[in-house]
Design a protein around this ligand. Sequence first.
Ligand code: ZN
Length: 483
Amino acid sequence: MISNTKQQRGAIGKALLVLLALLAAGALWLYLDKEAAQGLKREAETRSMEVIGAVATKRLAGDAGEETHGSAVDLIKRPIEIREVADNVHYATGVSNTIMISTSEGNVLFDTGLVLQSAMQLRLLKKEVSDAPLRYIVLSHSHADHIGGTRFWASAETDIIAHQNFKEEQRYLAELQPYQYGRNRTLFPWMPAWEDRPDIEMMRYGGIEPTITVDDWKTYDFTLGDTQFQVIGVPGAEGADNIVLWLPQQKILVAGDFFGPQFPQFPNIFTMRGEKIRKPIEYITSLEKLMALEPRIIIPSHLDPTVGAEVIQAGMQRIRDAVQYVHDETIAGMNAGKNVNELMQEIKLPPELELVQNHGKVDWAVKTIWEYYMGWFHFDSTTQLYPVPATDVYADLAKVTGNAGLLSLAQNYLAQGEPVKALHITEIALAGSPQNRGALALRQQALEILLQRAEDGLRNDYEIYWLKSQLAESPQALEAKGL
Ligand SMILES: [Zn+2]
């Protein structure tokens, strides 16, 4: 595994060297006119990105990725190819889709994919669909997997349409990138390490300047060739800067991440990856606006389109009602004096509103709604007011209690089917003696039970990624790999 990674690093390094050589030769470009020079530079960067992207994908397809990350690997292993939705609507697949709408007066692009894949998406769309001038790029939101190729695609004649809040979302995501990168990489270990990430201009985050912005629940309408376009601001979904694209003549909704990667599914009102909190009632308002359009086809920015007006309407209604239900039950429980953990355990979707929870998760939504309205202090433990968490006394507690007692307690909890309680106890024991084999083994068992339950139950991707990341770091796992 180690040598494998080294080889791939080597390949990425090689691609970078080629790029650097080209950039160093940049002085030669001074002899060309400015436009030609820029064209060449862009061409070189695009080619390098394609090589880097291919290497990264190969790394994932290898067994290292397979072992640790089931569905994330499925996404990255998705071949990049062109699919047709209608004569004038195509998309390039990948971790994120890049959607192209062609008209007689040029093209409109919706989202520009993951930076590692965008160069190849660009080449295929231009070759297989249309090389006409790109007039508009519509960016569904500021997440890195939706804006990655914007710099490859945009030229002086391209308008970039984004939400009014796009710049502010980019600002905070860029400012917090070093921290957030680490969190994301825990969940998606196929990302290169921070210090190994190829740092070339085109990959840098931020700095995209929309030329047209759309505010919450407002629209921006334009016509190109014979095609009408309507960009709609729909806050509340993946971030505070969501927009969708509506093609009224064909009743096609290009939805970005508004619904998540699958349709229908319980939305990710909160992402445990960590971000600003999302707003449930705004989400419902946005969803109602989209329901009124009666779409016939939904094209998401991940995975494949959903076709059929009835299926779509029923799905949207169910999502709407499910979010409303979870919201209202949380409020009712808070008013009845229940605490957040009780509500997380109690609130379940009724059978008629059942939805898959592999993206959004109902109990995490309950916690989000609670904290969205009331913030971090839950009015139950005085200790929450001070920066001295329970973990600060674990080591002393372990000394007083002794390991034998703690380990048998953890063992009992496991036997009673309470792996989270067992984890609490192993955390106390490990605070006292971090290398204790017995505590490490029990921790491992508890994590394995939780993972099994997650896989047999709701199959929430993020819960599974997290548990796998914890198991991958366990001393037993490292030992088994000979590390
Ligand atoms: Zn996305």
